[in-house]
Design a binder for this molecule. Structure first.
Ligand SMILES: NC(=O)c1ccc[n+]([C@@H]2O[C@H](COP(=O)([O-])OP(=O)(O)OC[C@H]3O[C@@H](n4cnc5c(N)ncnc54)[C@H](O)[C@@H]3O)[C@@H](O)[C@H]2O)c1
Ligand SMILES: O=C(O)[C@H](O)COP(=O)(O)O
Length: 409
């Protein structure tokens, strides 16, 4: 599929799930005015219709971009996840169609870490149940089962951007930090990596989960793992709802084996704020149940809006794919005075020589060329004299293995 460069007002952005206004402001400042904005996620059938005319789509964690949705999104050039997680996007389906996917890997990490620390303090003090009791008119003044976090052991599962930040804050408040990760990580401060999940679970006063949603993390904390935890320990999950078996957690809470839990993400979450939240955990006073708001602070949302909108605009303006989660990464300079050809292809032998043949056979002068590949996809960017870009684009688009090509003026 070969695409000519469109005037900016013809390039359509579909922004869903109430991304922060900073996204719209950033795009408008860059000259993109064709923006359809929705406060909520769209149901699949509506999404299919809305996405059919969109060149760029912006989502958060709720919108599922499945194979079927990509099939309906014939004009789609890139996806912006205005969040960290990208598990809601079928990345293979995107890559096969030459659709680049971007996210905001850092902007809300502090917000999540702060929520977890707050919950660790309040749950170790028994505040969740004392607060619930007070709302019912009960007075629970007691020091029994009420502890400081100072000197307690925090076990972090998944020592990535959030886990590391959490560890630093926890340590500054006097906690001893240990973590489990599938990758060997450099511990910050006095944190200590432990060799196994069981080792961490059996030896932590508070366990906090910060792994991505993958096959390996599905039900990572089930009945067997909960049984490993210390009597009275706290479990916090602000990662993904699929990581904890909620029925097993309910059982552990019902039997009084855990001191409490802070759960921000659930296997099934209401589609909107108008729908009822249904969970067996509602019965327990010693839990904080929050509506997936780990990253929902004004600061984080504003930064995410700018960061992801900038990435989309940059990709649209000059082809830069820096920090794409599914695409070869290329950081490109401006291309004033020349036209820029973007060629996305399956990474199979012979493609590069076919591309270079186009230029040797047509005599089109190449002023710069950039190439980057992943296992599946190759991304070549070629700057050429403006008057020859049409003919070169046509020839490039006809090369066997081409996924998508476009020209930027
Ligand atoms: N509640 C919220 O609002 C909210 C906000 C932001 C992020 N999140 C979730 O938190 C997750 C973590 O975010 P991050 O920015 O720290 O991600 P990250 O990619 O920086 O870190 C994830 C860490 O988990 C480790 N890991 C992966 N699989 C593992 C496994 N099976 N066992 C142990 N460790 C494993 C990785 O090696 C990595 O160190 C995100 O994937 C996202 O789903 C939730
Ligand atoms: O992946 C994330 O960053 C979090 O889950 C936050 O998602 P949200 O933007 O939908 O709140």
């Amino acid at each position: 599929m070969a695409q000519q460069s469109l005037p900016k007002d013809k390039i359509k952005f579909l922004l869903l799930e109430g991304v922060h206004p900073s996204a719209v402001e950033t795009l408008e400042r860059d000259g993109y005015t064709n923006i359809e904005f929705h406060k909520k996620a769209l149901p699949p059938e509506e999404l299919k219709k809305a996405i059919a005319g969109a060149h760029f789509v912006g989502i958060r964690s709720r919108t599922q971009l499945t194979e079927e949705i990509f099939e309906a999104a014939k004009k789609l050039v890139a996806v912006g996840c205005f969040c960290i997680g990208t598990n809601q996007v079928d990345l293979n389906a995107a890559t096969r169609r030459g659709v680049a996917v971007f996210n905001a890997p850092f902007s809300n990490t502090r917000s999540v870490a702060e929520l977890v620390i707050a919950e660790a303090i309040l749950l170790l003090r028994g505040v969740a149940e004392k607060n619930a009791a007070a709302h019912r008119g009960e007075w629970m003044k007691t020091a029994v089962n009420s502890y400081e976090i100072r000197g307690k052991k925090l076990g972090i599962v998944g020592y990535g951007n959030i886990g590391m930040q959490l560890g630093v804050i926890a340590e500054s408040m006097g906690m001893q930090v240990q973590f489990y990760d599938v990758v060997n990580k450099l511990p910050l401060g006095n944190a200590r990596q432990v060799p196994s999940l069981n080792n961490l679970l059996g030896n932590s006063d508070v366990v906090s989960l910060h792994v991505p949603e993958t096959g390996a993390t599905q039900d990572m904390i089930g009945a067997a793992e909960l049984a490993q935890m210390q009597q009275g320990a706290i479990l916090i999950n602000a990662s993904r709802g699929t990581v904890v078996d909620i029925d097993a957690l309910s059982e552990a809470l019902a039997e009084g084996r855990l001191g409490g839990a802070g759960i921000d993400v659930f296997p099934v979450e209401p589609r909107s704020n108008d729908d009822e939240f249904i969970s067996p955990l509602r019965q327990f006073d010693n839990t904080f149940l929050t509506p997936h708001i780990g990253g929902s602070t004004v600061e984080a949302q504003e930064n995410i809006g700018m960061e992801v909108a900038e990435k989309l605009a940059k990709y649209s303006d000059n082809g830069t794919t820096t920090s794409s989660v599914n695409f070869p990464e290329v950081a490109l300079p401006e291309h004033a005075g020349s036209h820029r050809l973007l060629h996305i292809h399956r990474n199979v032998p012979g493609i590069m020589s076919a591309i270079n043949n186009v230029f040797s056979e047509t005599g089109v002068n190449v002023s710069a060329q950039y190439l980057q590949t992943t296992e599946e996809v190759g991304y070549v960017v070629i700057d050429v004299d403006a008057e020859y870009s049409d003919v070169a684009l046509e020839r490039l688009a006809a090369i066997d293995g081409t996924i998508r090509s476009r020209v930027l003026f």
